[in-house]
Ligand binder design. Structure first.
Ligand SMILES: [Zn+2]
Length: 304
């Protein structure tokens, strides 16, 4: 501001031996309003200890929560930035640059490979704070890279999604990422490797409408918002009141869209168990010595 705050005040504070109290010691839960000590929140994997609300976490945190220590984050290939030279109130190139500077990521997905309880795995995680985790060419590139890596390493692919959908600023290029990511994940399946999707709050639009609904196993975090169009748009279109909990993980589980809703504290153990079930086949059981007896055929009818 001026020389007093920038120079004189810190000098006086150092001289008095006063330490500044960091302003991020406490965090208020957006669901129940309770104050939570930041350290407790970190220890609790960013789940509110009072009401169990699963807060949004960064892509890197998700990878840390999932993979064993010593995982490797991989460098992603550069995608063409701003292919349409798009501009709304601001230039897309400027928005992109700002998001990159703020989050220290090139785009909205981070990819790492490592292990879960010693079993190899490739994890791709969306960063919702990066332009609402929207899927443009960069995200498409990240998912293709993750899929290729999974095939190369003979490892399952786990994707944690959190996205507002396609990145409008890239127009048709962003829509092309839908078939592109589907083909990428298909590659994993064709190699006989598990493709597991963990839907996190919120997963909507073009991401839901493409690879995110094609997992061999569809897992979600509690109360995650998962859908294609927003509830208000649907309500206006069908002119009906939507049921309670519509587009929430538990509702989707009840209606057969999901396989599991898993608490964040259980996620790693669940993934580990699932991977071991899918990957470690038991030795084939020996065939029974005695042929199973079939019911005797009815005696032929006597000739007339
Ligand atoms: Zn809470």
């Amino acid at each position: 501001m001026n020389w007093i705050s920038e120079w004189a005040l810190p000098k006086i504070q150092t001289w008095l031996g006063r330490k500044e109290v960091p302003d991020n010691l406490w965090h208020q839960c957006t669901a129940c309003g309770q104050m939570i000590f930041q350290k407790d929140l970190d220890r609790n994997l960013h789940v509110c200890p009072h009401c169990g609300h699963h807060m949004r976490v960064s892509a890197m945190r998700r990878i840390e929560y999932t993979l064993d220590a010593g995982f490797q984050r991989i460098e992603l290939p550069k995608a063409p930035a701003d292919p349409l030279r798009f501009r709304d109130q601001r230039k897309y190139a400027d928005r992109l640059k700002e998001a990159q500077l703020k989050g220290g990521m090139d785009d909205a997905v981070a990819v790492a490979h490592g292990a879960i309880d010693g079993r190899r795995a490739v994890v791709a995680a969306f960063e919702f704070s990066f332009m609402a985790g929207s899927m443009g060419a960069g995200v498409g590139e990240a998912l293709v890279t993750a899929a290729k890596l999974a095939v190369l390493q003979d490892a399952p692919l786990i994707v944690f999604t959190a996205s507002g959908g396609a990145r409008m600023q890239e127009g048709a290029v962003s829509l092309m990422q839908m078939p592109r990511t589907v083909i990428a994940t298909q590659m994993v399946k064709e190699a006989g490797l598990p493709f597991i999707v963990v839907l996190c709050d919120p997963t909507t639009g073009g991401v839901t409408a493409s690879f995110a609904m094609l997992g061999d196993l569809q897992i979600a975090e509690p109360n995650a918002l998962i859908g294609f169009a927003g509830a208000r748009v649907i309500e206006q279109t069908v002119r009906e009141k939507l049921p309670e909990g519509f587009q929430r993980a538990e509702y989707l589980l009840q209606h057969g869209i999901l396989d599991m809703v898993v608490h964040r504290s259980e996620m790693r153990a669940t993934l580990s168990r699932v991977i071991s079930l899918l990957r470690e086949r038991r030795p084939a059981e020996p065939l029974a010595e005695e042929p199973v007896e079939l019911a005797a055929p009815p005696p032929p009818a006597p000739a007339a």
